[in-house]
Design a protein around this ligand. Sequence first.
Ligand code: ZN
Length: 212
Amino acid sequence: MDRPRVGETVRPGDAGQGVIKNAMTRIGRTRDDFPAALKRVLGERVAYTCSNPDCQRVTIGPHSSHDQALRLGRAAHVCAAAPGGPRYDATQSSDERASISNGIWLCAICADIVDKDAIRFPADTLRAWKARAERSILELLERGLASAAHTQKASAASSIDRLEAERLLHEAFDMIAGGAQTSRLGVDLQLTSFSGEFGRMSGVEAAWDMQR
Ligand SMILES: [Zn+2]
């Protein structure tokens, strides 16, 4: 298709309209979109995972065509790129609006949801998501997935010391013997948790059954 020449009328639907529109966007920017390089960095900073803590979906992976990748991620605006958009902030300059600090990496679904319900997802919430997602990814980057999982397990195990567990169980029996009915639910929950953690404490569990 030929580009429209100077003086030529461009009607809606003409192939040349896109050229004109792009030129207008460059001259008098109507939307403060992110440059492609910035979008890539936004995605990379969270390892292309969705920054919504309740989602965390991986947004890039293998396509069934062996030479392609499947991409579900979006570089979303915290405050909208154009007036009337979700969370639009008129006090932002054009450059601020198109800067990386105004972007957040989300999966396609979350990007849609946060824009369709901006009241439920204000700018501060999105900024908090972004900071949290980047912290998590940094931890994985520095320590590795296996290491992070191992540390979590180890800290969970050490936080419930066996002696401490026994002490609490004795305390629980005393409370039951003393007829502390109001504490019963709490005691029950504690015992359930300990029996999960120390499944082999059969003697103590048997004693608990007799007490009941
Ligand atoms: Zn998501």
